[in-house]
Design a protein around this ligand. Structure first.
Ligand code: AMP
Length: 523
């Protein structure tokens, strides 16, 4: 008999019924009321900031997205240092270790190195572009090597560790470093289950009353196939564990659902596929929301939208993300408040009630359905490329805010300012991505990071002769900021013309939802 979620729900189909067996339809839950209920229309052009600005200070002053207890300082400038006062003591981390080797970690390192008071940022293991980032140094230690990372923290008197990827978090790196007294931004292995186990996350969502698709758990092939036979409709198949973003199949037919179940139990995802979740399909645009939290209170970042598919027009296989933009106008500030109320705060409460002191990012992947936003996934870290897109918008308080999260005193941190304007990110991938890719091609060209243009390396490696070569599927993230999305994307695409490697490939329609001038540059 299949193990069922304690209560099954769906935001898309079904009528209110107690679900005690796989043959019963998921129970419908009441949908959140208020602005988040409506299905947002994608707006085009540079309207995002105007929406965000309506309830914020006018003019070019940056917006502060405040946690409930933080004092607001509307006059604060994104260029000004944090302003601690006697009632607002703020610790500033001077020496920071960022763990991870992708574009996300380079963006984090770059943004943290810009913060006043930060003297040095090490990125372990980093990549070919890390050494070129102002204020950042490579530390050649694998993200999985907790012992060596702890030793490096001791040797370098690290004030703050920021763990980028999910794998070391799920493996307990944050716990390990905390046990030695280091301040770590990133949840322990208990909290990382939000991402590392779909079953665990779904059960938590049920407990907390968070809007999400109805689901069934199965821990064997037979169990899953029996469920499918009874339900007899196409379902979303999700390997339970970490599968590098590849463990989900949105099946269009019962046959495809069956094939996806077989694939999971045939071992395609290794240990991550020892069990699975079957989910009701939802539909609607997707948006990512990030909460920085100290386990009790939180700061929300502007919502971001990424493009998962490899092909223009959002076609073809899923990838790690081919580009992104922020703030995504799909959610305005009132919508985001509703997401905080209906999703993020109940999540934090549910984590707390399980004895989990979650200090890091909660990334809610939302689908904006006709019945309101529904959570399709939680991640325990920043998204990539959303992180590259968001970091340039964040103010100089970032380091203090992340340290405050790590220390459990976010309420005392300065308000995090968000620069006005739009940020656009385009990923340049190696030929063949997301399949087998060629490696070792020299990357030509460079972009000095500035306030409005950044080139973050992802899948790259620096050779002994100093040349940077390709070393992964997603190779570079070009990010630009401007007053509107048209100008931001034009900036990113123009800068992409200045870099090259054999087989470089990128989508020319990133941000098509928000661009009025989707000029297509030559590839
Ligand atoms: P996940 O790893 O859970 O985020 O899933 C990867 C992608 O699969 C998401 O970005 C969605 O596009 C899609 N997806 C996940 N769950 C569902 C669902 N219940 N209904 C429709 N699409 C889904």
């Amino acid at each position: 008999m299949a193990a069922l979620g304690s209560e099954l729900r769906t935001g898309s189909t079904g009528s209110p019924r107690a679900a005690t067996g796989a043959n019963r339809p998921p129970q419908r839950r009441s949908q959140p009321k208020g602005p988040a209920r409506r299905r947002p229309e994608a707006r085009v052009g540079g309207s995002a900031w105007q929406d965000w600005g309506q309830q914020r200070p006018t003019g070019s002053a940056p917006v502060a997205f405040l946690h409930p207890m933080a004092p607001s300082d509307p006059a604060a400038s994104a260029a000004a240092p944090p302003t601690p006062g006697p009632a607002n003591p703020v610790a500033l981390p001077a020496r920071i270790l960022v763990v991870g080797g992708g574009g996300r970690e380079n963006a984090l390192g770059w943004a943290l190195a810009r913060c006043p008071g930060v003297e040095a940022v090490w990125i372990a293991p980093g990549n070919g572009g890390t050494a070129g980032l102002p204020g950042c140094e490579v530390l050649a230690i694998a993200e999985s090597n907790g012992e060596a990372l702890a030793a490096a923290c001791r040797e370098r008197a690290i004030d703050l560790v920021v763990v980028g990827p999910e794998s070391p978090l799920a493996a307990g790196l944050a716990d390990r470093l905390r046990s030695e007294g280091f301040a770590v931004f990133g949840p322990g292995a208990d909290g990382a289950q939000l991402e590392a186990s779909k079953q665990w996350a779904k059960a938590l969502m049920m407990e907390a009353g968070i809007p999400t698709a109805g689901y069934w758990s199965a821990s064997s092939r037979q169990e899953a196939l029996e469920l499918l036979e009874r339900l007899n409709r196409p379902l979303v198949v999700k390997a339970d564990g970490l599968a590098a973003g590849k463990g989900v199949t949105v099946a269009a037919s019962v046959e495809e659902t069956r094939a996806a179940i077989e694939e999971v139990f045939d071992g395609r995802f290794g240990a991550a596929g020892a069990s699975l979740v079957l989910e009701e399909p939802l539909s609607g645009p997707e948006v990512s929301v990030f909460a920085l939290t100290d386990g009790r209170t939180m700061v929300l970042l502007p919502p971001a939208q990424d493009h998962k598919r490899i092909g223009e027009g959002d076609t073809g296989p899923n990838t790690g993300g081919m580009g992104a933009y922020a703030p995504a106008p799909l959610l305005d500030a009132a919508d985001l408040e509703a997401v905080r109320r209906n999703v993020l705060e109940p999540t934090l409460t549910a984590l707390h009630s399980r004895g989990i002191d979650y200090r890091g990012v909660i990334y809610a992947g939302l689908m904006l359905t006709a019945n309101g936003p529904q959570v399709i996934e939680f991640n325990c870290r920043f998204g990539d490329p959303e992180c590259e897109t968001l970091m340039p918008l964040l103010g100089p308080e970032l380091a203090a805010v992340l340290l405050a999260c790590a220390q459990g005193n976010l309420a005392a941190a300065p308000a995090l300012t968000i620069a006005p304007g739009c940020s656009a990110c385009v990923i340049a991938a190696a030929a063949g991505y997301p399949g087998e890719v060629r490696r070792g091609d020299t990357i030509h060209g460079a972009v000095e990071p500035s306030d409005t243009l950044q080139l973050f390396h992802a899948g790259s490696r620096r050779e002994a002769n100093g040349h940077c070569v390709t070393a992964g599927g997603r190779v570079l993230a070009m990010v630009a900021q401007a007053d509107d999305f048209d100008a931001a994307f034009e900036g990113a695409y123009a800068a992409l013309q200045r870099v090259s490697f054999a087989g470089i490939t990128y989508r020319r329609d990133i941000g098509h939802q928000v661009r009025r001038r989707p000029s297509i540059p030559p590839t």
